[in-house]
Design a protein around this ligand. Structure first.
Ligand SMILES: *[C@@H]1O[C@H](CO)[C@@H](O)[C@H](O)[C@H]1NC(C)=O
Ligand SMILES: *[C@@H]1O[C@H](CO)[C@@H](O)[C@H](O)[C@H]1NC(C)=O
Length: 280
């Protein structure tokens, strides 16, 4: 039940964000969709402290532009990735082939994610998996052009800030890691949430030779431009509550008409506000 509510709140947040499409990033106006965010991201000191000693940080010399051959395309920037070797049962000298689970960073610094994305660590022991977390370009410590100010300066520098470049970054790093840790035959499973889930999906479609599978959580892949019915969110949430408790489902279902009735009164909204202790 608790996890149902947690995931409900998570979904609600994501879709609130999607419907408003106006969320300010910490210092720069960078759109955000992902479940994890907060003031923790403002302070780089706190950031690094959230990564435990199981996680080792690396930097990859990433190509700025994967899609053309102009001279400046070959310039590189340092892209951060983090590996947890604690459960790894593959690589050189290992008898078995073990998988690599990869968290694809989304629209924020990686640090906040690593402390809250339990799915990889929860499943790593059972599969003797190598865990890899890769930061999305233009976030955290994976900033091209030397600084955030430069990177976000104008169209010339912002032009490299897109999801097609991002998933290609991931492919390059994963191929490099497989080579480096003698894991060429290890199946790769990419994982992401929200925008990161869309990246995971697109990654699997675009680079099927790199990832054997993708897990996309709360990813609104087809939830745009009326491709799918727009009540999809509500029907899933309804099912979620219903699975936990039929009574709970019925009670909530009956409540809407009641809430509408109160809300339509003159001071109805303030009554509801008090009753539900809503914020401003
Ligand atoms: C990345 O590039 C820097 C500067 O060109 C170089 O010193 C470093 O060895 C490179 N790192 C890797 C892992 O290739
Ligand atoms: C962005 O800024 C750089 C350096 O100031 C300049 O050379 C470039 O022409 C600018 N690009 C655009 C699209 O304004």
């Amino acid at each position: 039940m608790h996890s149902s509510i947690a995931s409900f709140q998570w979904l609600l947040y994501i879709f609130t964000v999607i419907s408003s499409l106006q969320v300010s990033a910490v210092r720069f106006k960078i759109p955000r969709l992902s479940p994890t965010r907060g003031t923790i991201l403002q302070n780089p000191e706190i950031l690094s402290a959230t990564i435990s000693e199981d996680f080792q940080t690396f930097y990859y010399n990433q190509t700025l532009d994967h899609f053309n051959y102009r001279p400046e395309s070959y310039s590189t920037f340092q892209q951060r990735y983090v590996i947890n070797f604690k459960y790894w049962g593959g690589g050189a000298g290992a008898d078995a082939i073990a998988p690599i689970f990869v968290y694809l960073g989304a629209e924020e610094a990686l640090d906040g994610d690593i402390s809250v994305i339990g799915f990889l660590t929860d499943n790593a022991a059972r599969f003797n998996a190598l865990l890899v977390y890769i930061e999305h370009r233009y976030y955290g410590k994976s900033i091209p052009f030397g600084s955030r100010e430069e990177a976000l300066k104008n169209a010339s520098t912002l032009g490299y800030f897109n999801s097609a470049q991002a998933i290609t970054d991931y492919a390059a790093i994963l191929l490099y890691i497989k080579e480096k840790y003698n894991a060429r035959h290890s199946p790769v499973i990419v994982v992401g949430g929200s925008y990161g889930g869309m990246l995971a999906t697109w990654f699997r479609l675009k680079y099927p030779h790199v990832a054997l599978g993708a897990l996309a959580s709360s990813a609104p892949i087809l939830y745009f431009d009326d491709i799918t019915p727009q009540n999809g969110y509500y029907s899933i949430v309804t099912r979620d509550f219903r699975e936990a408790s039929e009574t709970c489902y019925e009670t909530i279902m009956k409540s809407w008409a009641e809430i509408e009735k109160v809300a339509s009164k003159l001071d109805g909204l303030s009554i509801l506000s008090k009753k539900f202790r809503t914020c401003k």
